[in-house]
Design a protein around this ligand. Structure first.
Ligand code: SF4
Length: 316
């Protein structure tokens, strides 16, 4: 009797939703068996929720976006379970997202959490051991469903009670995308983002910039990280010189100016805007300023070969 009552109750799922094909399919598989699904997506200094918002709108999935930049930055600096190929602490990152989702589940009466993870798709964070570890460390043992690979994993509590029909879940394994593409066709999903991408921590060039910055200023904050996304970066000992690559970047670099930073641009000649930031104590040296001016001129095709170029130098 109790089982029958349980089976009739509409259950609610909070789904980690990136807007990638796997998370879209996870939503579809759950909705198909009558489960009420809400998405949760995250924003940090290293990724945004643009794709998640766009795809949620397309598939009509209600979505909650959480900005966890500061907490996330802390774990990126010191991950308990290490980095992947670049500077991506995927296991810690998943644990943090799921911890936040768990709190929301309790507060808002969701019955379980789901993700679009696929067993064996990512060597570091989606092998059996990591999936188990993530489930345990996020405090979600028995409450975390991976619908795309569920048949290859231990049933969660709601599968055991029959409230989730395990037979309607999937057994996708590995990195091949054929099964996902066939499912996309079945559900009529014609446009979806390419897998991976979107997280700057997996980007070779960005990882290099971040490591350099940490080597000089381990305590750097969000403003320093934001600056890494713009321009050409050149170090002069502990002084950073950032040279804009186009008009748009010049505008953005200007907005990032902080107390003690210096802005340099050429007088009368349009070209790069250069920001100079000092990570050492004391003032920015004249030598570093001269170097910044030379770089500003060098990166302007119009000015490179000219003599006696004059500069505007601004400080806050
Ligand atoms: S790729 Fe980036 S966003 Fe994705 S789990 Fe890893 S660190 Fe987190």
């Amino acid at each position: 009797m109790k089982d029958k009552k349980n089976r009739n109750k509409k259950i609610k799922c909070l789904l980690l939703f990136s807007g990638g094909l796997d998370s879209i399919l996870a939503a579809k598989v759950l909705v198909e068996q009558g489960i009420e699904v809400k998405g949760i997506s995250f924003e940090s200094y290293f990724f945004d929720a643009k794709q998640a918002k766009e795809m949620a709108r397309k598939i009509k999935l209600p979505l909650k976006v959480v900005n966890f930049s500061e907490e996330h930055l802390k774990l990126v600096k010191k991950p308990r379970y290490g980095y992947g190929k670049r500077i991506n602490p995927c296991i810690d990152c998943h644990i943090l997202m799921l911890e936040i989702a768990r709190k929301m589940m309790k507060k808002n009466g969701f019955d379980f959490i789901a993700t679009g993870e696929v067993l064996g798709e990512r060597p570091m964070s989606q092998n059996k051991r990591s999936l188990k570890l993530i489930e345990k460390q996020s405090g979600l043992e028995g409450h975390l469903l991976r619908p795309l690979s569920a048949k290859l994993l231990k049933p969660i509590i709601l599968e055991q009670t029959g409230q989730i029909d395990r037979e309607k879940l999937l057994n996708i394994l590995g990195r091949g995308r054929q099964k996902q593409m066939a499912l996309a066709k079945k559900y009529g999903i014609k446009e979806y983002p390419v897998p991976a991408g979107g997280c700057l921590l997996t980007d070779v060039e960005f990882s290099k910039r971040l490591k350099e910055l940490w080597g000089i200023c381990p305590k750097c904050g969000g403003d320093d990280i934001e600056l890494l996304k713009l321009g050409r970066h050149i170090w002069d000992k502990e002084i950073k010189i950032v040279v804009g690559r186009d008009e748009n970047e010049n505008k953005e670099i200007k907005k990032k100016m902080m107390k003690k930073d210096i802005l340099i641009e050429m007088k009368k000649i349009s070209g790069p805007l250069t920001l100079v930031r000092n990570y050492a104590k004391g003032k920015i040296s004249e030598l570093a300023l001269e170097k910044a001016k030379k770089l500003t001129q060098y990166y302007s095709v119009k000015a490179r070969e000219k003599n006696n170029v004059e500069f505007n130098v601004k400080s806050c």
